[in-house]
Design a protein around this ligand. Structure first.
Ligand SMILES: [Mn+2]
Length: 422
């Protein structure tokens, strides 16, 4: 994917030796012309402190990128990347391109939600699936480093291999709470911001990349960022001032029709089937709706959060938990995946999931969450596979189903433990 060549010239005061100069469109809005470190009026990002931080981080990122000119980097996303991650990675790729840094956006799992697939297809977003076997075929020595965007490595199965290959971690840009002691060259982790897309929009606003409505790739990237920002803020309902400011800025560039097309993506029949199973299997106690959906394919993994989103809309339900056993084609990988959605303001999904499922033997929690949403993953290890024996598959599901219900109901309904379908 090649960027319009005039773009790489724009607004990169640091780049003096670009040989392929073409004319530069000088008709750029005044805000964009300002150097990265200038503190403009405090309204641009929502609050003076945020404004200051955004400028400071933009400047630091610019310094970092300057130090890595002409390199090749990997942008590593979570295994199941969401619109916030995908769009932010794309913005990073476009920013880095101006420093002649070639970035490849990779993820280890799959694109599951129909909206994510539509986003990637309709915007031609340049993300690649690198499964662990793909990784083995790659010559990692041709890369100079990697960055983590919208994650801190804990949700990527590729991380270990990259670290083992000795690839340096150049940057981490994320809005989840701090997870571990990574030592990147550049860090911008802001848990108070609702979307990584907001952070990236601020980078754009401070001049790290000047968006141009006449460049189709810019319009598509702005559209992707708008989608990312909306989806991480529950359609802006949980957005804060700086997210709204970022959305306002993107509104100048994004393509509303394209966004609409992405949002109209239909659910597949298999996703509908999972939602149906969740509806049929749910038990409701104390305003919690709990549903096990049995086995589902790796590619349909995202049906689980969608089912939880659906169950939480029922009258008298404030929290829904849906889980199932997800397996890949060869049944080599088998894992229990669960998702929680809540509309109860006083319920902290992170606390709830950590309390319900605890930690594994190495002290790692099986899951966690953020505002109104959470998830968990329980590896099946020795019990994996063997599902061609349907009796075994059935017993296995029943064991997991009962154990998860027990653990959840202990919190939902502390007094009576036995599982009581309503
Ligand atoms: Mn995010």
């Amino acid at each position: 994917m090649q960027l319009n060549s005039s773009l790489s010239q724009l607004e990169s005061p640091a780049l003096t030796n670009d040989s392929h100069s073409e004319e530069i469109d000088l008709d750029i809005e005044p805000l964009m012309r300002q150097p990265v470190n200038s503190v403009t009026g405090d309204s641009a990002f929502g609050g003076q402190r945020n404004n200051y931080l955004a400028h400071q981080k933009s400047e630091e990122l610019q310094q970092t990128l300057m130090g890595h000119r002409h390199e090749r980097h990997l942008i590593v996303l979570q295994d199941f990347p969401d619109p916030d991650a995908l769009s932010s990675a794309w913005a990073y790729q476009l920013i880095a391109q101006q420093y002649d840094i070639k970035c490849e956006i990779i993820y280890g799992g799959t694109l599951s939600h129909q909206e994510n697939i539509a986003l990637v297809k309709l915007t031609t977003l340049p993300a690649q699936r690198w499964t662990p076997p793909t990784l083995k075929t790659k010559d990692l020595s041709s890369y100079h480093g990697f960055v983590l965007i919208d994650n801190q490595g804990t949700t990527s199965q590729l991380l270990t291999a990259l670290v083992q290959a000795g690839l340096p971690l150049i940057g981490v840009i994320d809005h989840h709470s701090l997870q571990g002691d990574l030592k990147p060259e550049f860090t911008d982790i802001r848990p108070s911001v609702r979307a990584t897309a907001t952070i990236f929009t601020q980078y754009l606003q401070t001049g790290l990349l000047t968006l141009d409505s006449s460049i189709s790739q810019h319009v598509k990237c702005a559209t992707a960022l708008m989608h990312g920002l909306r989806s991480d803020t529950n359609r802006l309902m949980q957005a804060q001032e700086e997210d709204f400011m970022a959305a306002a800025y993107l509104s100048r560039f994004y393509d509303a029709q394209l966004l609409n097309a992405i949002l109209q993506a239909n659910r597949s029949k298999r996703v509908m089937d999972v939602i149906e199973r969740s509806l049929k299997n749910r038990i409701v106690q104390n305003n919690f709706s709990i549903a096990g959906v049995g086995y589902l394919r790796y590619d349909d993994r995202d049906a689980i959060p969608q089912a939880a989103e659906f169950l939480v809309t029922e009258e008298n339900v404030h929290t829904a938990v849906v889980y199932g056993i997800v397996h890949d084609e060869d049944e080599e990988l088998e894992v229990v995946i669960g998702s929680l959605r809540t509309s109860k303001l006083t319920l902290d999904p992170d606390e709830f999931i950590k309390e319900a499922f605890g930690q594994d033997s190495s002290g790692r929690f099986f899951g966690g969450g953020r505002t109104s949403a959470g998830g968990f993953e329980i590896p099946m290890g020795f019990l994996s596979g063997g599902n061609e024996n349907s009796a075994y598959a059935k017993i296995k599901w029943e064991v997991y189903d009962s154990q998860i219900k027990q653990k959840l109901l202990r919190l939902v309904n502390p007094k009576d433990n036995p599982i009581q379908p309503e």
